[in-house]
Design a protein around this ligand. Structure first.
Ligand SMILES: *[C@@H]1O[C@H](CO)[C@@H](O)[C@H](O)[C@H]1NC(C)=O
Length: 128
């Protein structure tokens, strides 16, 4: 479990992993995030200096449509509101720059809540 939230008293952004507070980002290092966030992103990111020609895997290296046991996923996606309560995200958009290299799918189902499958192999015959 990964949780990021803003401490209302101190204004710092805290990171909790597996129930343990790992540390925080002091509020003074932020400008746009000083009071709150207006958007939140989950997923993966690959950087290549040669504009996309990389076989670096994102996630497990499998595409989202390969599903559970193959593709990487994030489940129970929730958002902390200004009352420090968790809520399902209200408006989930998907961003992918080269969907033959890496892709993403979202859904909402049972105890998984809002989830995404994401990733891919990078360079492949359809991703030159
Ligand atoms: C935060 O979420 C809780 C639980 O859904 C809700 O009761 C509360 O009104 C929300 N607070 C704000 C400021 O939206």
């Amino acid at each position: 479990d990964i949780l990021v939230w803003k401490d209302r008293a101190g204004g710092n952004w805290w990171l909790q992993v597996g129930g343990y507070n790992v540390g925080y980002w002091p509020s003074y290092i932020f400008s746009d995030l000083a009071h709150s966030a207006s958007a939140i992103m989950w997923g993966g990111e690959i950087f290549s200096p040669d504009a996309g020609q990389t076989s670096t895997h994102m996630g497990s290296g499998h595409f989202p449509n390969e599903g559970f046991g193959k593709a990487s996923h994030i489940k129970n996606i929730q958002v902390v509101n200004s009352s420090n309560c968790l809520n399902p995200p209200s408006d989930v958009g998907l961003i992918t720059e080269r969907n033959n290299c890496y892709n993403v799918q979202t859904g909402n189902y049972g105890d998984w809540g809002t989830y995404i499958y994401y990733g891919g192999p990078g360079n492949n015959p359809n991703c030159p």
